[in-house]
Write a new protein. Sequence first.
Length: 561
Amino acid sequence: MEEKRSSLNFIEQIITGDLKAGKNNGKVHTRFPPEPNGYLHIGHAKSICLNFGLARKYGGKCNLRYDDTNPTKEEQEYVDSIREDIRWLGFDWEEREFYASDYFDQLYVWAEKMIMDGKAYVDDQSAEQIAGQKGTPTVPGKESPYRNRAPEENLRLFREMRDGKYGEGEKVLRARIDMASPNMHLRDPIMYRIMHRSHHRTGDKWCVYPMYDFAHGQSDYIEGITHSVCTLEFEVHRPLYDWFLDQVYTPGTVRPRQIEFARLNLNYTVMSKRRLLELVQKGIVKGWDDPRMPTISGLRRRGYTPQSIRVFAEKVGVTKTDSVIDVSLLEHSVRDDLNRIAPRVMAVLRPLKVVIENFPEGKVEMLETVNNPEDESMGTRQVPFSRELYIERDDFMEDPPKKFFRLKPGGEVRLKSAYIIRCEKVVKNHEGEIIELRCTYDPDTRSGSGAQRKVKGTLHWVSAAHAIDAEVRMYDRLFNDPDPLGHKDRDFKEFLNPDSLKIITGCKLEPRLGNVHPLDKFQFQRVGYFCVDPDSTPGKPVFNQTVPLKDTWGKVVNRGS
């Protein structure tokens, strides 16, 4: 029994304990509460996997609830993208899609009740004046001169705020708690502010909007959430979360419990929606789904799989201590998944022409090759072999070092699933650049024929007459510093990697890749894993590099540069 308990993370231990104690009538109900002011990123993916995963593990439910309390930043585009990302990750909120704005009427009723109970008051001071009276963690704050207004006057003023009588910033509604509390969040926090802005769902019905700290816990309570899981920065907000619940809680109903866990931090990236938005708005990246972005949509476009992200979230685990995760763990997760599911294909990114002089002109031989050695059920395919081929330019050296096992003058290599060839002659142009290799092949060395003369090198190739032209986009990390936000005196954009994207045109691919669909995934043999980009058009595919075959970033990117 003790061993089973130790295998649970600390949140699961809390939930298991609550179930054993009979709390919440044996129910587990979580929620994922994104703010629709940007696209979700890999950090949100961890929270999605955790909240929906807990509900799935304990036979409970998980709501999707949009925290749409700030109409200045929220857009329907973000709402739609959040839905798509969660579904893509493999989770379903069923009919339980909610919005904090669904509860604006109830929240307002509770705010009026708190006013009449002497727990809230209208403050006429500016935001700067209120901030100046907050004090410090060791110095008590100063009470507002409006703190002791009569409840009836506060109610009248709050209703006038609701009815649009005042401008933005003229008045706020504050909770009346304790200006001397060591917890700064309990020093009469703002509950409502005036915003004459149209809301994406409620239109112009409201011109007062609740603050997150007031709306969030009350929304949890309305929905019957049992365990309100959030990241560590909300730990100091928990006393306020509980205080607000105290004002509305009815004994015998489900009372949410806030539990904090460490957020996901990755090196070589930024996880701030505000800074990601800046990259988008300034055109540094090509949108929220740019494959260099840590957004879920960017990872999807790059070729990451839902399974790889779920496995990554599980490997990272759930802890109480903030830490920075090496992005190579994320890359390993997708590499491991794609190794199992991605068909192998041959693609020559920087082609060098090879003419097999003793292979008959006009002849085409179809050779069998395996689609994925990790999964026999994926079967085999036929690839055309002809007199003129393309190999990778880096797979030939005229004056190679000793342990160069690829093609060289007078040297032999095996062509993958084909024959052994020998380089007989190097053809150059007037500038001395190698433009063609003249080779011969040994017809008795066809792969699988039983004649297995050994050579040390095996190269991928494509038939020139059958090759598909393609564009390939090679990606490196967006930042060249592991902590781009860790330099307080410098702009994080100074650490952008100028080589984060290199576009290679004129690539030659085997004919199978002439009929592909967006987000199809492949292993380019000896190169890496690639995904079909939505920019592709019929007969002109575009491929995004997902990850190299090994954790050796930059080596493939910098070839020939």
